[in-house]
Structure formats: C-alpha cells, structure tokens
Design a binder for this molecule. Structure first.
Ligand SMILES: CC(C)(COP(=O)(O)OP(=O)(O)OC[C@H]1O[C@@H](n2cnc3c(N)ncnc32)[C@H](O)[C@@H]1OP(=O)(O)O)[C@@H](O)C(=O)NCCC(=O)NCCS
Length: 148
C-alpha cells in the first residue's frame, strides 16, 4: 500500500470512489475545488498502481477537519485506512496542526473503530446531524503533541 498526495489527475478515480462508498458523494467540482484549496490535505492510497482509498481534509489555524476517508470495498481490512490516517498525522506534525476533528454517523462502526484505534476520543453528539437517512453525528477529536 502506497500513500501519496492526491493529484489533479486522480479526481476522476476519487469521484468514482466517492460514488462507491457514500450515499451522498461529493461532485467532481467539490473534490477539485478542495484539492486546489491552499489549506487542504488530500491523500490517496494505491495498491499496485490502483487507487483504492482516499482522505479529504481541510484546516484552519491549528485545527484540521477530516471531511472524508474511504477505501474501496474490495480493499478493506488491509490497513489502507490506518495508513492514510498515519500519513495525515505526519502532515499535521509538519504543518503545526495539533487538533484533528471529525464527525461520523453513529451507526458507522467500522469508521468509529478505526478512529478509536488511532486515539480519537468522543467529544459529544449532534442529533440529526446527517440527512438521508437522518442520524446522530458523533464528534471525535485527537490531540497531537506539538513537536518542539
Ligand atoms: C472506514 C473505512 C475507511 C476503513 O478502511 P479500512 O482500510 O478497511 O480500515 P483498516 O483496514 O485500516 O482498519 C483498521 C482498523 O479499524 C477497525 N475496523 C475497520 N473496519 C472495521 C469493521 N468493518 N469492523 C470493525 N472494525 C473495523 C479495526 O480495528 C481495524 O483493525 P484490524 O483490521 O486490525 O482489526 C472503510 O470501511 C470505508 O471506506 N467505509 C466507507 C466510507 C466511510 O464510512 N468513511 C468514514 C466516514 S467519512
């Protein structure tokens, strides 16, 4: 599994992955616009040259928000999710980002287990945070040590 920064040429494959993994996929334009934002970190996971996972995050001051992480169903449980997040932690270390935030559907146990395994803790819940179907959002946080 190889992790690298997302490129403009990955937009189509990431768009297909979004469609494969989410009921409310991001559009090509939203993906491209976020990639072009100065304060975004977009990473992809490749297996033998096949794009099989991606991570989409944006940051402001010292806080980063994880917008998306997705791994293609055929490639799950092979540590792609962990590898993408570890690469994100390294990016945060290099950019002075110390607080990582995310929201996750209450019923999304694979994602919640993944985040917990990497030290994210639950801060609280937001009722009806998600639509189609409506669902509680669980807010999670991870504090990274600032490197001296
Ligand atoms: C969540 C997701 C990204 C995990 O990707 P993955 O590459 O399969 O995860 P990993 O192989 O790195 O898993 C690491 C750990 O997370 C936990 N985990 C992952 N999937 C799990 C599952 N289905 N059930 C229970 N625990 C799970 C386990 O602790 C796992 O370690 P283990 O395999 O040694 O037991 C993937 O399931 C996915 O794309 N889901 C759909 C999109 C989504 O819901 N994204 C999150 C919201 S933005």
């Amino acid at each position: 599994m190889n992790i690298r920064p997302m490129l403009e040429s990955d937009v189509e494959a990431v768009f297909l992955l979004e469609q494969e993994c989410f009921p409310d996929p991001w559009s090509r334009k939203s993906i491209r616009d976020t990639l072009q934002e100065e304060c975004s970190c977009m990473l992809v996971a490749e297996d033998n040259g096949v794009l099989c996972g991606y991570l989409n995050s944006t940051y402001l001051f010292e806080e980063l928000n994880l917008n998306r992480i997705a791994v293609s169903p055929n490639f799950r449980r092979r540590q792609a999710g962990v590898s993408l997040l570890r690469a994100l932690f390294a990016f945060c270390g290099e950019h002075g980002l110390t607080r990582l935030m995310l929201e996750v559907r209450e019923s999304n146990l694979p994602a919640r287990r993944l985040y917990e395994s990497l030290g994210f803790v639950t801060l609280g819940e937001r009722k009806n945070f998600y639509q189609n179907p409506p669902e509680t959002g669980v807010i999670m946080e991870k504090i990274l040590e600032e490197s001296l």
